[in-house]
Every structure is written in structure tokens, then in C-alpha cells.
Design a protein around this ligand. Structure first.
Ligand SMILES: Nc1ncnc2c1ncn2[C@@H]1O[C@H](COP(=O)(O)OP(=O)(O)OP(=O)(O)O)[C@@H](O)[C@H]1O
Length: 254
């Protein structure tokens, strides 16, 4: 579903993503983990054709994103970071608008289902600008899954949601992949990844420093938070080390 090779991105002098290779198959719930500023959002922006990589190739749904970013956006459900629905539409108008762009037929029922799922049907006639942050996030979630995409890419899926809604969304995401969907999320909340993901990647200073399955016995045996912190903090030492001895091989933490 996602094939990335040698992907790099510079913003001016800042290298946000550095030579990432990544392959994610159908039916995976993949979590991209990393500390603040490690390159997660930049990865998502490149995967969804919002920005162009400096170098490397990427195919999403079998489509070369650089050649046909619009086709990728047609097929894939996306929740970009901190994106909010347009302030001048009501919640329902917004979902109807998205459904029309997605060329859906008989979309009223599909939209109503989402208002019921997130328990905010009473606010469907409110202008988006008057919705709470959490409710706007619910709406963003609904627009991403309205056309039941085979692949959804979500930056921080549970941001702004209360614990009840978080549980609903986590169950929904798990069910979605069990039914054959594929989901890519980014998060810096380890608990979320541990609870719902089937596989993870850890990005640190733009480099993908770990990928593996959550059910990997080696990972299962370890304290997940400790593993992540080791990976990231040991990398800090390693990168200092590299600066002193540039030829040294970089071992992955075990
Ligand atoms: N538009 C931009 N112009 C310049 N630098 C940028 C831009 N966007 C991101 N960066 C830089 O690229 C690096 C990676 O940022 P990115 O937003 O991808 O990280 P992130 O892992 O999503 O962080 P967070 O968890 O804090 O959202 C950071 O050093 C950031 O400052």
C-alpha cells in the first residue's frame, strides 16, 4: 500500500527527513512514532502529495505520488495535522461537500451515521467555526472515512478527543484494519501505538531508526516506553559518537 525509497526532505538548510525506506502492506495499522520535530508530519505531507520530497520515490496505492498526487488524494482518506473544517460551512454542509467531491451517491445516510457515531447530531447545523476543537476533530475524522477508503493517513488521530471518544476511535481503527483497510498514523503517544498498531516505525532526526511488528517477541518482552526511550536517547549518544568518528557503524539497540 505504501512503498517509500530513499525519501529525503530539506526545508532550506534543515533536513526534516533523511533517506527513509519504508514498506507498508495491506491490512496494517502502522504507527510512525518519534519525538517532536523528528519528521512525522513531513513524512505525511509527502505521502499525501502536499509537499514534494527533495529526493526519493514514493508510491501510495500503487500510484507514484509525484506524478499523480491528485489521484492519491482521491483514493486516500487524510487527516492532516491541525487541519480544521472551513469555518463558513455547517458541520453537515461540510460532510456533504466532501461527499460530493468524493463523488459519493446517497451520501446523506453515510453522513448521518458519522454524526451518530460521534454523538454530535445535535450540532450538525452549527457553523464549523462554532464547534469545539474536539468536535472539529470528529468532523475531520468523519470526512476522512466517509468514502470508506482502502487507505487512511492520519496525523495524530486522537488529538483533542475525550477518553470516551478516544476509545471509540481506537476500536474503530482496529476494526477497520481487521476488515481489510490499511491505516497509517503518526503519533508521539506511545500508549496509542502499543494499543492499536500492528507495526511501528520510529523516526528520529529524520531517520527511520526502527521498524517492526508489535507482536515481535523481542519487542513484546521489552518495556515499550523503555524501548522507545533507549532508541531515541541512545541514538543521541550514537549521533554524537558518529560526529567524532564518521566511519563507525551504527548498531540498532537490541
Ligand atoms: N515549513 C517548514 N519550514 C522549515 N522547517 C520546517 C517546516 N516544517 C517542518 N520543519 C522542520 O522540519 C523538522 C521536522 O518537522 P515535522 O513537523 O515534520 O516534525 P514532527 O515529528 O511532525 O513534529 P511534532 O511531533 O512536533 O509535530 C523540524 O526541525 C521542523 O522545524
Amino acid at each position: 500500500m505504501i512503498e517509500v525509497k530513499g525519501l529525503s526532505k530539506f526545508y532550506g538548510q534543515t533536513q526534516a527527513v533523511d533517506g527513509v525506506d519504508l514498506s507498508i502492506g495491506k491490512g496494517e495499522l502502522f504507527g510512525l512514532l518519534g519525538p517532536n520535530g523528528s519528521g512525522k508530519t513531513t513524512m505525511i505531507k509527502m505521502l499525501t502529495g502536499q509537499i514534494k520530497p527533495t529526493s526519493g520515490t514514493l508510491r501510495v496505492h500503487g500510484i507514484n505520488v509525484l506524478e499523480d498526487p491528485l489521484r492519491v488524494r482521491e483514493l486516500v482518506g487524510v487527516i492532516p495535522e491541525q487541519e480544521t473544517p472551513p469555518s463558513f460551512l455547517t458541520a453537515e454542509e461540510y460532510l456533504h461537500f466532501v461527499a460530493k467531491i468524493r463523488k459519493m451517491e446517497h451520501y446523506e445516510e453515510a453522513c448521518s451515521k458519522w454524526f451518530d457515531f460521534f454523538d454530535f447530531a445535535d450540532q450538525k447545523d452549527s457553523l464549523c467555526k462554532d464547534l469545539s476543537r474536539g468536535t472539529r476533530q470528529k468532523l475531520m475524522f468523519a470526512q476522512a472515512f466517509l468514502h470508506e477508503p482502502e487507505l487512511a493517513i492520519i496525523d495524530e488521530p486522537l488529538i483533542n478527543l475525550d477518553p470516551v471518544m478516544q476509545k471509540k476511535v481506537k476500536d474503530f481503527l482496529k476494526g477497520y484494519v481487521n476488515n481489510g483497510g490499511t491505516i497509517f498514523i503518526s503519533t508521539h503517544i506511545l500508549e496509542i501505538a502499543k494499543e492499536i498498531c500492528t507495526s511501528i516505525g520510529v523516526i528520529y532526526r529524520g531517520k527511520l531508526v526502527y521498524t517492526g511488528r508489535l507482536d515481535d517477541p523481542g519487542l513484546q518482552k521489552r518495556n515499550f516506553e523503555g524501548f522507545f526511550l533507549d532508541l531515541v536517547s541512545r541514538r543521541k549518544e550514537i549521533s554524537n559518537d558518529i560526529m567524532q568518528k564518521p566511519t563507525k557503524e551504527v548498531p540498532l539497540p537490541v
